[in-house]
Design a protein around this ligand. Structure first.
Ligand SMILES: Cc1cc2nc3c(=O)[nH]c(=O)nc-3n(C[C@H](O)[C@H](O)[C@H](O)COP(=O)(O)O)c2cc1C
Length: 454
């Protein structure tokens, strides 16, 4: 087996081991690593009974325990997106908290177990909460809410619900959904919330001129009006949780579309979010229509981060004494690139490598490795394939196994066959929504914790 990792210039990991102080919550992350949200597809699912959806199980508890354990584990652990309606899910088998869910009972106890497991060695556990808006799969809900009625064309093998412009009552319900989820999560022991305001989900549909064509006070006319939904959500959350609960957002620094968010927009948005009392933003980019998750440009290959150059223009133009912290996400793989990113951002956020190696920050900080494992061939270059591998690895860790090594040719060949079978099942399932799980790897996997990093 090849144990090849991304190569790195020789640098000390020390800057990444420094604590990060958040304002206004006053909370402190033990280091500069943030585990990015990755929807796990592990919660309960029922095709027919909506209220039975989205209850976390013991596999999720096991998964979050693994990301949390160790003195030098992830400073901040963000959960995969948690939805606020049973019929407006980003993905089937996401975790769900709707305004109808009381802070007691089976669902609530399960959320409590997740937060307790993640925090055992001092990580902060922050829940990403989202509404997909027009990005809801049509087989789940043919009627979608959005800022306006701009239909999303089929993408990534999915077709999407027909959107209508959210009414004032629907907007009030969305605000309540986020605020209720924040209060519920606080009671369940979570340290904070991250609003998903990136990647073309509902909040970003209001922020972007490509999808927001409204003429009322939520329209794109001014920065205040585009931000009205997010401002109302933030205020409603803050009215319901104590001041030390972290409020943060994942935000696009750029969208590669006419009328999409530009770095200048993102800069203005960041200044407003800071004034609204956000502790940090995780800067990303792209939407379902133009993902931007790749290393095509030479400058990106060199510095690794997909959105670095746009996100940098965002942070560089924030006021010198800005209190809201910034994380950069997307493509960071070597220690050198991670340390260098701290010149422009307060912390670095990592997605897929956190599925392949839940212990990544520990091994980097403690000097055992200088970069993430380098996956074979298309697993890195093709984001869809990389997501499939990451989701499978997440399900393996959740079952107490070491994740499949995506740099092992034999394992990847087996995985390819398993993926073919999985795909046939997905196609056969069609609108039934009964076949929803990650690709099941059929090769051997070691028990979790029995393989040392090298
Ligand atoms: C399996 C999988 C699930 C994801 N789910 C989410 C999600 O729920 N919310 C989100 O904001 N981003 C999600 N992402 C995107 C990641 O958070 C991250 O932005 C992206 O993978 C780029 O970072 P990376 O190059 O380090 O993987 C997901 C990515 C993967 C691979």
């Amino acid at each position: 087996m090849s144990s090849e990792r991304y190569s790195s210039e020789s640098v000390s990991p020390e800057p990444l081991a420094q604590p990060l102080h958040f304002h206004p919550s006053g909370r402190v992350s033990k280091n500069r690593f943030l585990k990015s949200p990755m929807a796990e597809a592990l919660a309960s699912w029922s095709p027919k009974v909506p209220s039975e959806r989205g209850i976390p199980n013991d596999e999720l508890v096991e998964l979050y325990k693994r990301w949390g354990e160790g003195k030098n584990s992830w400073g901040v652990i963000i959960t995969g997106n948690i939805d606020i309606e049973f019929d407006a899910l980003d993905g089937l088998a996401d975790m769900v908290i709707t305004p109808e869910c009381p802070p007691e009972g089976e669902r609530f106890e399960a959320f409590k177990k997740i937060s307790a497991a993640a925090k055992v060695d001092g990580s902060l556990i922050v829940a990403q909460v989202t509404h997909p808006g027009r990005q809801v799969q049509a087989r789940l809900n043919p009627v979608a809410i959005s800022a306006s009625d701009v239909q999303l064309e089929p993408k990534m093998g999915m077709t999407f619900g027909k959107p209508h412009a959210a009414t004032k009552d629907e907007i009030a319900r969305i605000v309540e959904g986020f605020a209720h989820a924040a209060e519920y999560l606080h009671k369940a022991g979570f340290d904070g919330i991250e609003l998903h305001a990136a990647h073309g989900y509902l909040i970003s549909q209001f922020l972007s001129r490509t999808t927001n064509k409204r003429t009322d006070e939520y329209g794109p006319q001014t920065i205040e009006s585009r931000l009205r939904l997010v401002s109302e959500i933030a205020r409603a959350i803050k009215a319901r949780v104590p001041a030390d609960f972290i409020v943060s957002a994942k935000l696009n620094s750029v969208e590669f579309q006419d009328g999409g968010v530009t770095p200048a927009d993102a800069n203005e948005l960041c200044e407003r979010l800071e004034a609204l009392g956000f502790d940090f933003v995780e800067l990303s980019g792209g939407t379902y229509e133009a993902l931007g998750m790749g290393y095509e440009k030479e400058s990106t290959q060199k510095r690794e981060g997909f959105f670095l150059e746009w996100a940098e223009t965002v942070t560089k133009s924030l006021s010198a004494d800005h209190k809201m912290k910034t994380y950069i996400v997307g493509g960071l793989r070597s220690l050198g690139a991670m340390v260098k990113a701290l010149d422009s951002f307060d912390g670095i956020a990592i997605g897929r490598p956190a599925a392949a190696e839940p212990r990544l920050p520990i091994d980097l900080i403690e000097g055992r490795i200088q970069g993430a494992l380098k996956p074979l061939g298309d697993v890195e270059a093709d984001f869809g394939l990389g997501m499939g591998v990451a989701l499978s690895q997440i399900s393996q860790v959740a079952k107490g196994k070491e994740p499949v090594r995506h740099n092992d040719p034999v394992a990847i060949e087996t995985f390819g066959r398993d993926m073919g079978e999985w795909y046939q099942n997905v196609v056969k399932d069609g609108p039934n929504m009964e076949y929803i799980r990650a690709i099941q790897y059929s090769g051997p996997l070691a028990p979790y914790g029995t393989v040392a990093s090298k």
